[in-house]
Design a protein around this ligand. Structure first.
Ligand code: GLU
Length: 467
């Protein structure tokens, strides 16, 4: 094991967002690549907004993506005593102080500063206070360094420098005694001995405050890597407005985890012109230094393309398992019908999602209850009846029921009767599936079985003859 220790630290206030999943993936990849440790920490200090459902949804999303963690999940809410201890330590060392300013006073000062064109910043009233009022509520503020700068070398963005005068004396403990967000993050990252913090770049502005806290507490400052945001097609931050943003929603829409991981790793990271990465290749090739500095745009078309690639090349047995929930959703049971793996094989060439595959698999298990009349209307009624009768008759005496043999049988029918393949194949496909969107005729017949095929052809023939 290397010394590398990274963490993913979601706030459980919703589902696992694709942006969060990408952050988790980058952390996971770096840990796996370097033989380091990947820690999961649930940042649930915001008790009002944090929920158990959200924790479950996040864990479910992580597991589905296969981003297994080595330690945790740790919950910030379990560490309140630890945070208190460190607040006290800073107070004892004179590095933090009690502030008795009321919110009304602070508001008034802020308004005045804005009117006078100054930056609204805490004016330090309590910073140098010598007498402590008794029985008055207070917050605890960090005595931030004045003058000079705080800077850090970001692995993605390079050196980032903030003038200290722009940073307030941060509140680290509220009036009710609870610690604040930036303080908890520092205590956690330090006590978990995190060496590299990879997170969204919406946290860049928190970082100088956190660096100051590390220094005041005498903790080593970790490395930082701030990953640019994911945007929607209109270049606004990716949100529900743009479509699904939850990892689990993608699962339910029939995406494979390897496709989503592959898509997410390429959002912001590149390795030459390569687009397809297996899990192992990702681990081997991932380099946090090759994450770009600018935001990336989420492109559903590309995700679909990758998903189609993984479905096409996927193991039929696994795909069959993954397809089951999509079939139950359509109230399809596969017990009395063809082997699902065989069905998958006929569909995986062309399906972009498992939802699409399930939709196209339905006819194998549920015989059509109606037919595409518009497609049937393209053929002469007499011809349709003759075609279906001939096909049924030929199939009844077929000796070779493999795809090759069945395809040959259809060719023979065409030659014998002087029909074109389109005049035979399409009506049969409609008879078997109800519509025209179906795999090759030989594949359908073999998968359905000759008997069921004949039954369906006869039923369709009755329908057509009675029209
Ligand atoms: N809980 C923070 C978030 O969900 C992450 C903080 C961090 O990674 O430092 O945005």
């Amino acid at each position: 094991m290397s010394e590398l220790r990274v963490r993913f630290a979601p706030s459980p206030t919703g589902y696992l967002h694709v942006g969060g999943a990408r952050t988790a993936l980058f952390n996971w990849l770096l840990a796996r690549k370097q033989g380091g440790t990947f820690i999961l920490r649930i940042e649930d200090t915001d008790v009002e907004r944090s929920t158990k459902e959200s924790v479950d949804a996040i864990l479910e999303g992580m597991k589905w993506l296969g981003l297994e963690w080595d330690e945790g999940p740790f919950y910030q809410s379990d560490s309140f005593p630890l945070y208190k201890e460190y607040v006290q330590k800073l107070v004892d060392e004179g590095k933090a102080y009690k502030c008795y300013c009321t919110s009304e006073e602070l508001d008034a000062k802020r308004n005045l500063a804005m009117q006078e064109g100054r930056k609204p910043k805490y004016d330090g009233t309590c910073r140098e206070r010598t007498e402590q009022p008794v029985g008055q509520p207070y917050v605890i503020r960090f005595r931030a360094p004045q003058g000079g700068v705080t800077s850090f070398d970001d692995l993605i963005k390079g050196t980032i420098t903030f003038p200290n005068d722009e940073l307030d004396d941060l509140i680290i403990q509220r009036t009710d005694g609870t610690p604040t967000y930036n303080f908890c993050v520092v205590i956690d990252d330090a006590s978990m001995r995190i060496t590299t913090v990879i997170r969204g770049d919406d946290h860049v502005n928190n970082t100088p405050r956190q660096v100051q806290l590390y220094e005041a507490l005498g903790f080593p400052v970790p490395q930082f890597a701030h990953v640019p945001m994911i945007l929607g097609s209109d270049k606004a931050r990716l949100s529900k407005r743009h479509g699904a943003t939850s990892v689990i929603a993608y699962r339910d829409m029939g995406f494979l985890p390897e496709a989503l991981n592959n898509y997410l790793v390429r959002l912001g990271w590149s390795n030459g012109d390569d687009e397809i990465f297996s899990r192992d290749e990702m681990v081997q090739k991932f380099d946090i230094h090759n994450v770009g500095r600018s935001a990336s745009v989420f492109n559903t078309e590309k995700l679909l393309w990758l998903n189609a690639h993984y479905i096409k090349n996927g193991d039929p047995e696994r795909l069959a398992d993954l397809l089951l929930p999509h079939l139950s959703k359509r109230e399809v049971t596969t017990l009395n019908g063809p082997d699902l793996m065989a069905v998958v094989k006929t569909l995986q060439e062309r399906a972009q999602t498992l939802e699409e595959m399930a939709e196209r698999a339905v006819f194998y298990y549920n015989a059509p209850t109606g037919y595409d009349d518009a497609a049937l209307a393209k053929f002469d009624k007499e011809l349709l009846v003759a075609v279906l009768d001939t096909v049924a008759e030929k199939l009844a005496s077929a000796t070779e029921a493999d795809v090759h043999g069945i395809d040959a049988l259809f060719k023979d029918v065409c030659t014998e009767k002087g029909w074109k393949m389109g005049q035979v194949g399409q009506p049969t496909r409609i008879a078997l599936s109800g519509g025209t969107q179906a795999p090759g005729i030989g594949e359908i017949v073999v998968t359905l079985g000759v008997e069921e095929t004949i039954r369906r052809i006869q039923k369709a023939r009755e329908y057509i003859a009675q029209k």
